[in-house]
Design a protein around this ligand. Structure first.
Ligand code: ASP
Ligand code: MG
Length: 465
């Protein structure tokens, strides 16, 4: 099989972990053609972002301290990882050359005391630029042939939208397939840094947090891989959060659309665009654990087998949100009311998570993150109260409970089952939303009620069986 395997940051967070990743990859390389994609070592991207913020604030000393810690961390990892003396020396040379580029960049940023979106992307791309050296040389240490490649070196080309770059897929396809084919045919395992690419002028760009998943699926589509595996520290997509529901199980099989819905809620956060590159060729994706490789994980596929089409596949919850109820008689039959409310919130930088409007059009309910709540209420009161809205009511701590499953579509009685289960727990349902795709049904309860409801729904739909 032609496989693209991506390892998350916790999978490569210590010399022991990196070595066991390398052993696992080597064992798979016997019968398969492999391309490896890596995240940064866990915590490193966060630290690099912190450095950028410190430089911006003019806090040079703290930035300097933090960057020394990152440099030292990678030097230590490199030193402890490799047994063979020659290989260790080669790795240390490669590391030092990359680290001196990082130091040069930091020096420049300190001097200017300025962080642009371009320099910030270049800075935060270093997590992956460094981690690939560790994984690739660990493979060499075991006797495999391997090469570390940054996203740019592998041929990933994007627009110049730093921080949220968009892929230029035609150019990327040509370049990546050409670069990687060369290595694959020589049985050399490419270890590619996720998260980053370069624009057409060669500037480093990134895909946004969690972007290594996206890199993996981009690469898979470019080389027409048979499967992509996302290896992290969770066993797969779960029927519920195991911390809330002890009977929660790994879900065996989901469709791309189900997985997209679940990725937004579940424990395993997947980059939202990561599914896109797989759709055309319907390349299967597996979500698996590095620490439990016997477990098959969750298969995400374009062809769901009929026996895996359940009405509801998982119950998840997003806790600690704020609910805003906006009322006013003059909202009724007035085109543009909703648009005005939403654009007012957008201007204040508030992200809306869920909405519902009564058919009388006299109330609109809006869910926002708790951190955004005060800002949202202030801006609505300041700009719209007494004009198009009469009253703003706020409920501070609510939870969204969401059920996902493509089998809900057209199945009669699902909603009644859901709300009966809530009623049996004497939980009040504050708000409900279901898209017409019927793939996801979400409702809002008081945060203190959410765990009871989740447990009760999990057993109502037999998800632990
Ligand atoms: N290292 C990047 C991040 O932490 C990308 C990734 O891990 O997928 O967001
Ligand atoms: Mg990560």
């Amino acid at each position: 099989m032609k496989l693209v395997i991506k390892f998350g940051g916790t999978s490569i967070s210590s010399p022991e972990n990196i070595r066991s990743v390398a052993k696992y990859v080597r064992s798979l390389s016997k019968g398969n053609e492999l391309v490896i994609v890596c995240s940064a070592v866990s915590g490193v991207t966060d630290d690099l972002i912190r450095i950028a913020n410190l430089v911006q604030k003019g806090n040079k000393d703290s930035a300097d301290r933090l960057s020394k810690a990152i440099i030292n961390k990678h030097k230590q990892l490199a030193k402890k990882l490799i047994k063979n003396v020659k290989t260790r020396k080669k790795l240390s040379e490669k590391m030092n050359s990359d680290l001196s580029d990082l130091e040069g960049l930091l020096h420049g940023m300190f001097l200017l005391g300025e962080v642009t979106s371009r320099s910030s992307d270049y800075l935060i791309s270093f997590g992956e630029r460094l981690s690939i050296n560790l994984v690739s040389f660990a493979l060499v240490d075991l006797g495999s042939k391997s090469v570390p490649l940054t996203g740019k070196e592998s041929g990933i080309v994007t627009d110049s939208n730093f921080g949220e770059a968009k892929l230029l897929s035609d150019t990327t396809r040509l370049r990546v397939s050409k670069t990687l084919q060369k290595y694959i045919s020589r049985r050399t395992i490419p270890v590619i840094g996720g998260f980053a690419g370069a624009d057409q002028h060669g500037n480093i760009t990134t895909f946004g947090r969690g972007g290594s998943d996206y890199t993996a699926t981009i690469i898979a589509s470019c080389i027409k891989a048979d499967e992509v595996w996302l290896m992290s520290d969770v066993d797969g997509l779960m029927t519920a959060d195991p911390k809330t529901v002890s009977a929660a199980k790994v879900i065996k099989e989901v469709s791309y659309t189900e997985a997209m819905e679940m990725a937004l809620f579940g424990a395993k956060q997947i980059h939202p665009r990561a599914f896109e590159p797989l759709l055309e060729r319907k390349i299967p994706l597996r979500i698996r654990s590095t620490f439990n490789t016997k477990n098959e994980g969750t298969l995400v596929t374009g062809h769901l087998r009929p026996e895996t089409k359940k009405t509801v596949k998982c119950v998840s919850v997003i806790r600690h949100n704020g609910l805003i109820d906006v009322r006013g008689g003059s909202m009724v039959g007035a085109p543009g009311t909703a648009a005005t409310i939403f654009s007012t919130l957008a201007k204040a930088g508030v992200n809306i998570m869920m909405i519902s409007q009564s058919p009388s059009e006299s109330t609109i309910s809006i869910i926002v993150k708790k951190n955004d709540l005060d800002r949202a209420v202030n801006t609505l009161e300041l700009n719209l109260l007494g004009k198009i809205i009469k009253k703003v009511d706020v409920t501070a701590d609510v939870a969204i409970v969401a059920l996902v499953g493509s089998g809900m579509r057209g199945t009669v009685g699902v909603a009644s089952k859901i709300f009966s289960a809530a009623a049996r727990k004497e939980v009040n349902v504050i708000m409900i939303a279901q898209g017409s795709s019927e793939l996801n049904l979400a409702f809002v309860v008081k945060d203190s009620d959410c765990q009871d409801v989740v447990r009760s729904l999990h057993s109502e739909f037999n998800l632990g069986k």
